[in-house]
Each structure stands twice: as structure tokens, then as C-alpha cells.
Ligand binder design. Structure first.
Ligand code: ADP
Ligand code: MG
Length: 248
């Protein structure tokens, strides 16, 4: 692969539902060390962008390139893309180890390879001590880590996360931010992460994409965006945060 070329390239992606343009002319590039955060108010099209990239929704127009391959028409299962949702959707009757191993089992990976990958993934996420528990015996944060483990075990080419922290309490959300940053540094694939929380977005992103009403209003590093926030959503949030003397 040409390392100067972006690993992920989204060009003019649009999705209309009848008269509603959920996403309009969305363009983005990301390389393997990018943690891209898409932030914007509820209904602005964030989840639709992720679903289009994952192949769960077909675009009205536009192109998606991954590692030099045009994947726009590829079936979701053939994209090698992992997606973690707000709702972890763990299998309640399976242990943590079995939940994480599940995608490998579907692929008929040999038992020894499954064990090795589950152990490496559990180590990465710091959950080796809970591998024999079932989801009901886990805290929200632990469930979140298991869901991430199950997504990572397949060694995807791209990692998508849709508001993965919104079901956690405030304290855990802060802890998990630090974990996500650490995880991102160890992963060699781009992360595309969606949130409606600007504080979370600014804390995590190497590249920030601000969306409003289906369109990108601004994209850049958090520092660039903080220096000159455009649109309405982020400036309003920053103003409110300043009045409450938020730490940043
Ligand atoms: P967000 O994730 O930013 O909250 P979404 O991407 O879920 O926003 O939705 C963007 C817009 O597209 C909203 O107006 C939503 O109602 C609409 N939308 C999303 N999915 C569908 C669908 N399957 N059918 C019709 N409209 C949809
Ligand atoms: Mg959403």
C-alpha cells in the first residue's frame, strides 16, 4: 500500500430517505493513525454515515474506498469492518471468552487460533480476569470492553463506533475515554467514532468532523476547530461550557 495515500476515503456520500436528505455530500479521508470523531446534534446524520461505511445502508450516491479498494457495493461481511453500537448486544448465555470468540467461530477458525486471539484481545482490553463470566455478571464498562473485544478479534481494517459510551455513567465515560485513546494508539486501523457530546469528541479526536443537518460544517484537528468554531452546534456548546467554567 502507498503509505502517503489515505487508508479510508469517502467521496461525496449522500443518502436520501424520500424527501429527507439524511447525509449530503459527505467527504472524508483518514489514515491508519487517525481517530476521527464525527460530532453533531441528534438527527444530523452521524449514524447514517457509519451505516453507509459499514454497508448496512446503501448510499444514494458517492464512493467509499478502503485500502485502495472501492467497497461501495461490497456486502457488509466482505468489508472487514468492525462496528460497535451503543447497545452492546452481547449473547447472554455465552461467557465473555465465548462472546469474543464468536466471530471466529462463525468463520470456522481452528480452536487453537481462537484461544490465542481471544487471549491477545482480552489482554489488550484488560479483561483476562473476567473471561469465564457471563454478561449479566459484568458492569456496564466491562460489557462495553467485551463488545469491543468481539469487534476487534477479527482484526478488522476499519473500526466504527456509534455513541459507544452513552449508556455508561458519567464517571465511567471519562475512564473509558482514556482507555479508547490508549487502544487507538495500539490499533493500526483508522477509527471512525460518533458522538453527540462535544467534550467527548474534543477529548478523543485526532481529526474532528462537525455535522449539522446532514452536512459537514467543519473538519480539522480539535485545536483548529476550537480556534474558530463554525456552524451553530459547537459554538453554542463552547459558550455554555465557558460559562460553567469547564476544565478545557
Ligand atoms: P444521528 O445518528 O446523527 O442522530 P441519523 O443518521 O440516525 O442521525 O438520522 C439522520 C436523519 O435521517 C434523521 O432525520 C432520521 O430521522 C433520518 N433517518 C435515519 N434512518 C432512517 C430510515 N431508515 N428511514 C427514514 N429516515 C431515516
Ligand atoms: Mg445516531
Amino acid at each position: 500500500m502507498n503509505h502517503l495515500a489515505p487508508f479510508l476515503r469517502i467521496e461525496n456520500l449522500s443518502k436520501c430517505y424520500g424527501p429527507t436528505a439524511a447525509v449530503q455530500s459527505f467527504t472524508l479521508t483518514a489514515s491508519c493513525d487517525d481517530f476521527v470523531v464525527i460530532v453533531g446534534p441528534s438527527g444530523c446524520g452521524k449514524s447514517t454515515v457509519l451505516r453507509l461505511v459499514a454497508g448496512l445502508t446503501a448510499p444514494s450516491s458517492g464512493t467509499i474506498w478502503l485500502d485502495g479498494q472501492n467497497i461501495t457495493a461490497l456486502k457488509p461481511a466482505r468489508r472487514d469492518i468492525a462496528m460497535v453500537f451503543q447497545d452492546y448486544a452481547l449473547y447472554p448465555h455465552l461467557t465473555v471468552a465465548q462472546n469474543i470468540a464468536f466471530p471466529l467461530k462463525l468463520r470456522h477458525a481452528p480452536r487453537a487460533q481462537r484461544r490465542e486471539r481471544v487471549e491477545a484481545t482480552a489482554q489488550l482490553l484488560g479483561i483476562t480476569d473476567i473471561l469465564n463470566r457471563r454478561p449479566a455478571q459484568l458492569s456496564g464498562g466491562q460489557q462495553q470492553r467485551v463488545a469491543i473485544g468481539r469487534a476487534l478479534v477479527r482484526e478488522p481494517r476499519l473500526f466504527l463506533m456509534d455513541e459507544p459510551l452513552s449508556n455508561l455513567d458519567a464517571h465511567l465515560r471519562l475512564t473509558m475515554r482514556t482507555e479508547f485513546r490508549r487502544l487507538a494508539q495500539r490499533l493500526d486501523v483508522p477509527i471512525l467514532y460518533v458522538t453527540h457530546d462535544p467534550a467527548e469528541a474534543l477529548a478523543l479526536a485526532t481529526k474532528l468532523v462537525v455535522m449539522e443537518a446532514g452536512r459537514i460544517v467543519q473538519a480539522g484537528t480539535p485545536a483548529e476547530i476550537l480556534a474558530d468554531p463554525r456552524g451553530t452546534f459547537l459554538p453554542l456548546f463552547l459558550e455554555a461550557a465557558k460559562n460553567n467554567s469547564a476544565p478545557w
